[in-house]
Design a protein around this ligand. Sequence first.
Ligand SMILES: [Fe+2]
Length: 411
Amino acid sequence: MALTTELSHLGVSDDVDRRTDIEKLQWALMAHHKAARTLRIADQIDQLLQGVCESIVTQKPYELAWVGFREEDGSKTISLQAKAGSKVDYTDHLEVGWAEDSPLGRGPAGACVRTGQPVIIKDSAKEAVLAPVLERAVSFGLQSIMAVPIFKDAQSVIGVLLVYATVPNAFGDIEVHLFESLADDISIGLRNIERQKILDTEINKREAVQQQLGDALRATIEAMSRTMESRDPYTAGHQARVAKISIALAEKLGWSQIDKEALYLAAMVHDIGKMGIPSDILTKPSVLTPLEMQLVQQHADLGYQILKDIPFPWPIAEMVRQHHERLDGSGYPRKLKADAILLGAKVLAVADTLEAMGSHRPYRPALGLSAALEQIQREAGVSLDSEVVSAAFALAKGDNSLQAILDARHV
Ligand SMILES: [Fe+2]
């Protein structure tokens, strides 16, 4: 088959050391096969190009392979991107270009980039016309040279793959076609890496925005929590302490980060419904009347009403509504039982009990952590989830972090 090149007519010699077609084909096929494997696994451009060059030169007599990119600078240079082979010194200080009117552009690489066609030098020693350009190749014993274009799309050449052999006439039509197909694979590989890079940048941006949104959500919830507690100084810090205990329990229970995040948010606003309860009832130091108690108990539903339209990715509003429900149906507002109660609400129930009993209040001293633990132990499996209670005991046994949370005045 005919190859249109600027140079191919120049150097076919009858007395070249002709290899059998089978041998030549084997070299090219093996090089193509190994390079294709590299192309599949490379995820960086330099790794891809270097891998391809190294794969090619595993086949003797291919002793040098390099890839250059067409630069759109004033002097139309070809920048060397990767190189490999025992004759790699050939490329030291090698200056190549693709300008037709420059000596640097008259070699096979330049002609290939310029025309978008493969260029074959069958015997560099006999290319009289190109002698000055090929002198260096001859001095390195590089007798056959093949340049194939790397396309960006059907028209634009973005680079060139050069393969050198230490025997003459190493590249016939079939071999050139194999390397052309390899150059197409390089082009696809480059495009894929570029696409992946764009995708990775997009993903990183989205992750940063998501992180920021998460931080903003947390800060908003914390602001809501503080605003709400400013009405009720007697329980200032209660929600934050419950949140800390809840997270510590969830950690003992082996919860995922994302589930802990949801629990934290729910805990920080679990009593937000108290905003709808008259503050003189909330702060009443004496025992509440049944009617007042009924009003206070409405805070679970009120909290749900406040939060239910916020599109949280978790059932925050429902956890808030259920934080006073109890396994045996003795809770409120809906007297839910066992499995009807969200696990998050079960954790909140234990954390709320521990905090309420263990923490100091201006109108009464703390009842103490041991009293609180005794209380939840009695309720384990009755009104409180026994696994969550066990987690609380494990927490209390481990160190004094539970006590430290309870002692914190401002959290
Ligand atoms: Fe509550």
